[in-house]
Design a binder for this molecule. Structure first.
Ligand code: SAM
Length: 286
């Protein structure tokens, strides 16, 4: 029997697809909110796709999860409360729980099936983090949570799908405005903003809105092999301009004090990630 290939259709209308050989399909269903498939690929390991879009791959997820988490947490330097919007696979949660100084982690995921099947079939990604006693796991739409919550957070990490299906609302100004209201003074929000070479409007759209809401609005970059098309952009919104200028020596001290090892993140990579190539700078509204 010939192998099955899972096609990533994110850029199909623009004339570009990626396909992964699925040596084993562990799970596949419509969750009622999204089409979910989990399968094994010989190069990238266990993978999950939602609505035809790659969400996480066992072999390269560390790049994205480390950079989405450690850059804001170590730039801030004194995070007590952290909010994750989305993040159903548990990778951001894993990296957040490595910071012993964080006292409370709230994770708001819209689709319980993603978390349930990630715990079952992608346990290497969450690595037990769902059992962390600091976790408050809420199944809800992130836009509703930030609109109704009265809590404040030092860091908000929006690990969302692309603006497809339930993820569309997480790229709207109302969500960003309410998320800003959940930030404690000196807090920062980071957002998954796609691959600028192929998804420039996703980044431009977010930064345009951030510019109306925050005194500092920019992005930083990291390259994740299964997020095809070059470096991925991570949106950055805060009113504390000093967070970007934290000296590398200070980041080294904070990283050493955090006391864990990484596979991608370093204080030097952190600083370099904010140096944007011209084609990405052009995606940022003037
Ligand atoms: N890192 C991946 C990426 O860059 O594409 C995202 C991974 S994570 C699995 C995305 C999560 O966002 C999914 O579990 C999805 O259910 C969740 N999500 C989508 N829309 C949401 C919403 N409105 N509120 C909360 N979670 C949402």
């Amino acid at each position: 029997m010939s192998a099955r290939w899972i096609v990533e259709s994110l850029h199909e209308t623009e004339g570009f697809t990626t396909s992964y050989r699925a040596d084993k399909v562990l799970y596949e269903e419509n969750t009622g909110q999204q089409q979910l498939v989990i399968f094994d690929n010989p190069i990238f390991g266990r993978m999950m796709a939602l609505d035809g879009v790659t969400q996480v791959a066992e072999k390269d997820e560390f790049v994205y999860h480390e950079m989405m988490t450690h850059v804001p947490v170590l730039a801030h330097g004194n995070v007590k409360k952290l909010l994750i919007i989305g993040g159903g696979d548990g990778g951001i949660l894993r990296e957040a729980t490595r910071h012993k100084s964080i006292e409370k982690i709230t994770m708001v995921e819209i689709d319980p099936a993603v978390t349930d099947f990630s715990k079952k079939h992608l346990s290497m990604v969450s690595a037990g983090a769902f059992d962390d006693p600091r976790l408050d796991l809420v199944f809800a739409d992130g836009t509703v949570f930030v609109a109704e919550s009265k809590e404040s957070y030092d860091v908000i990490i929006v690990d969302s799908t692309d603006p497809i299906g339930p993820g569309v609302v997480l790229f709207e100004e109302a969500f960003y405005r309410n998320a800003r209201a959940r930030l404690a003074p000196g807090g920062v929000i980071v957002t998954q903003n796609g691959v600028p070479f192929l998804q420039s409007t996703e980044l431009t759209g977010t930064i345009e809105k951030f510019r109306r809401l925050f005194s500092v609005a920019t992005c930083y970059l990291a390259t994740i092999p299964t997020y095809v098309g070059g470096p991925m952009a991570m949106g950055w919104g805060t009113d504390d301009a000093s967070l970007i200028d934290v000296p590398v020596e200070t980041l080294r001290t904070r990283f050493a004090a955090a006391g864990f090892d990484t596979r991608y993140y370093t204080p030097e990579v952190h600083k370099a990630a904010f140096a944007l190539p011209r084609y990405v700078l052009k995606c940022l509204p003037a």
